[in-house]
Ligand binder design. Structure first.
Ligand code: 13P
Ligand code: SF4
Length: 364
């Protein structure tokens, strides 16, 4: 086990420190043994795995091999809500487990490590965030899924990066002004794309905030035929160099549909596993994370996503420890903006009109 010190920004408060403990990589024979054990326990316990694209490849592949899912945060939420299994094992970060619990309070939601957090969640404490909302009572509150249950319970809408553009565009069309939190880069990207009237919380993802436009430009010059795929949590000057901007699932779709052989990828390096498996004829390289004199905090690997390991996953399934608990008193209010997002995206997918799904401000 390695414990890493992680610096993150808490807007209005300064730079703070958190930590992540990363499990030791098991040997080949341990891996095989753990995978067999987990597969057996999933059946015995009526459980299903839900993994994010950034976790260790073993946890992505095992989820799929056992009838679970590996996906972006939006589809993780939908899958967990709709699956019949009474136990969900969520490999990702805490807000993903909390969202699953909010959507299915009757289910048991286990996580390999409950301390796997996110700099966006850490950087947006409920007390300060509530004061920010109180200062802008005329605005629709839109929060990214990477937030605590309490922050979600203060929101009108929850969005993920795969649906934020569509939802904000619909809110703008309905004449609403927006308060956005917590990711300043994703927020400003959405504002540039939609022209919506938005005020921002100043949070950032420690992984995507590290990508550097200057270095990316130099890499592009070395590989003029490469296409650049960027997650919108990245800074604006990095997004400006992209051939495609999207959520993790958006990046995957872009790589599959674009007619290029080489891609530079500006998101967590965990994404490379799925990109490479689904596109064997294409090459994917990581976007650079540090400028000439800069230091690298995360080096394109989320320290909290890296906390998910096979051994802990087997342990929590066997013992039932590490169950996510969300205060029952806030679940109904936190669920409301998530339900709105899921209804909106389902309608959009089915080609149904979405205008009627936008409530008037103050209806929450
Ligand atoms: P996606 O919703 O695109 O999977 O992103 C989640 C996340 O935490 C990105 O850093
Ligand atoms: Fe949070 Fe960034 Fe990690 Fe995603 S990659 S979980 S946004 S710290």
């Amino acid at each position: 086990m390695t414990v890493i010190d992680v610096e993150y920004e808490q807007p209005a408060c300064s730079t703070r420190h958190a930590w992540a403990r990363v499990p030791v990589e098991p040997s080949q024979s341990e891996r095989m043994h753990l995978k067999e054990k987990i597969t057996r326990l999933l059946k015995e316990k009526n459980a299903v795995m839900v993994s994010h694209f950034y976790v260790h490849p073993d946890l992505q592949d095992l989820a799929e091999a056992t009838g679970g899912l590996v996906s972006d945060s939006l589809e993780m939420a939908r899958f967990g809500r709709d699956h019949v299994a009474q136990t969900l094992v969520v490999s990702g970060v805490r807000f993903m487990g909390e969202t699953a619990k909010i959507l299915s309070p009757e289910k048991r939601v286990l996580m390999p490590d409950l301390d796997a957090t996110c700099s966006l969640d850490l950087g947006c404490p409920i007390t300060e965030f509530s004061a920010f909302c109180d200062a802008h009572p005329d605005r629709t509150v839109v929060v990214y899924a990477n937030t605590s249950a309490a922050v979600k319970a203060r929101a009108d809408w929850v969005v993920t990066s795969s649906c934020a553009l569509d939802i904000v565009r619909a809110l703008k069309d309905a004449g609403q002004k927006i308060l956005w939190a917590p990711d300043k880069h994703l927020g400003s990207y959405i504002q540039r794309e939609t022209g919506a009237d938005m005020v921002f919380w100043q949070g950032a993802c420690i992984v995507h905030d590290e990508f550097k436009a200057f270095e990316l430009q130099a890499l592009k010059a070395e590989h003029p035929d490469a296409k650049v795929l960027v997650h919108p949590e990245s800074p604006a000057d990095v997004v400006a160099l992209a051939d495609a901007v999207g959520s993790t699932s958006g990046i995957l779709k872009a790589a599959q549909s674009m007619d290029a052989k080489l891609f530079i990828v500006a998101t967590d390096s965990g994404m490379l596993h799925k990109l490479r498996t689904l596109n064997p004829g294409k090459t994917f390289i990581e976007a650079p994370t540090a400028g000439n004199s800069a230091t690298c905090k995360s080096c394109a690997q989320c320290p909290w996503m890296a906390m998910n390991g096979l051994a802990d996953l087997a342990r929590v399934l066997e013992t039932g420890v590490n169950a996510i608990d969300v205060d029952a008193a806030i679940i109904p209010r936190a669920r409301l903006p998530i339900d709105r997002m899921l209804a909106f995206t389902a309608a959009l997918k089915n080609g149904q009109p979405v205008g009627g799904l936008i409530p008037h401000l103050g209806a929450a």
